[in-house]
Design a protein around this ligand. Structure first.
Ligand SMILES: [Zn+2]
Length: 292
């Protein structure tokens, strides 16, 4: 992020869900940015997504975790659309969702009256989203071809941590925003209590698919470098439970605390966050162009 070269290792994390390989999470000594180092090149990372359980790319994924995920998704999609409408002064407008996955959020926004544009790199997910939303979904490379200053709201729901070309993509997303428009970025928070509790088994490290592990200070610095100011940081309270559930699975049957452990870990994480400066399991940053 800052070009610093002093990059000590912070944690070793195994990719237990796909490759079984171990990756280092490094933390820049000058700016504090945490990132997966080294990371697979953009041209080679595709095989790390080859899991039937990778739920955001596969609507048909089975199992209890995925059932719970879908029930939670049903409720959260409506709340997300209500939020963007509120941020847009109570009006619908033009929405760009970067990394739209299988398109559930876009479909909900469209049915609420938003004019939507979706971008998604995964061909299967893109096709699924196109069917669900009822319009073509663009490849992510088409971001550069979108008309500038044309969107009221740009969203990235658990996407920025996957993006190889971080600065280039942010520059293009900021260019796509109308004056006064808002950029919404949801990412996991490795300073949350559930991250500290599960450590190397914290599911939201998700190496090597997650290239960066943002905390509030590094997100603020990153966005400031792109002329953006964070106006709100909102909690995603369900993520504490979802991530704890996945983390218990990663621990394996011998060490898992079971469903009660999941509920306890999720609840404790949200309570801790409420008392300690909002360090929730996942955070939603709302940003606008800084003025002056
Ligand atoms: Zn740095």
């Amino acid at each position: 992020m800052c070009g610093g070269l002093d990059l000590p290792a912070k944690l070793q994390v195994q990719d237990k869900s796909v490759s079984q390989e171990t990756f280092t999470i490094a933390q820049c000594a000058s700016c504090g940015m945490q990132f997966t180092n080294p990371r697979p090149a953009a041209g080679h990372i595709g095989r790390y997504y080859e899991s039937a359980a990778y739920v955001s790319h596969n609507s048909a994924a089975q199992g209890l975790v995925n059932r719970v995920y879908r029930v939670a998704r049903f409720f959260t999609m409506r709340r997300k659309v209500a939020l963007i409408t509120e941020l847009n002064g109570g009006r619908v407008g033009r929405l760009l969702d970067y990394g739209c996955g299988t398109g559930h959020f876009l479909a909900q926004a469209k049915s609420s009256g938003w004019q939507v544009t979706g971008l998604e790199p995964n061909p299967g997910a893109r096709q699924d989203a196109a069917t669900r939303v009822g319009q073509p979904i663009l490849e992510t490379s088409e971001l550069a071809t979108l008309p500038p200053a044309s969107f009221d709201i740009v969203t990235l729901w658990h996407v920025l941590e996957h993006v190889h070309t971080l600065h280039e993509t942010l520059t293009q997303l900021v260019a796509a925003l109308k004056p006064g428009g808002r950029l919404l970025i949801a990412v996991p928070n490795p300073d949350s209590l559930d991250a500290q509790h599960y450590r190397q088994d914290w599911a939201a490290y998700d190496v090597p698919r997650h290239l960066y592990h943002f905390v509030p200070a590094t997100m603020r610095r990153l966005l400031a470098g792109h002329g953006l100011r964070i106006t709100q940081t909102l909690p995603l309270v369900l993520d504490a439970y979802y991530v704890s559930m996945l983390s218990e699975q990663l621990r394996g049957p011998g060490q898992s605390a079971g469903p009660l452990g999941v509920l306890r870990a999720g609840l404790r994480s949200n309570q801790y966050a409420a008392q300690h400066g909002g360090q929730y399991s996942s955070l939603l940053y709302v940003a606008e162009r800084a003025t002056g």
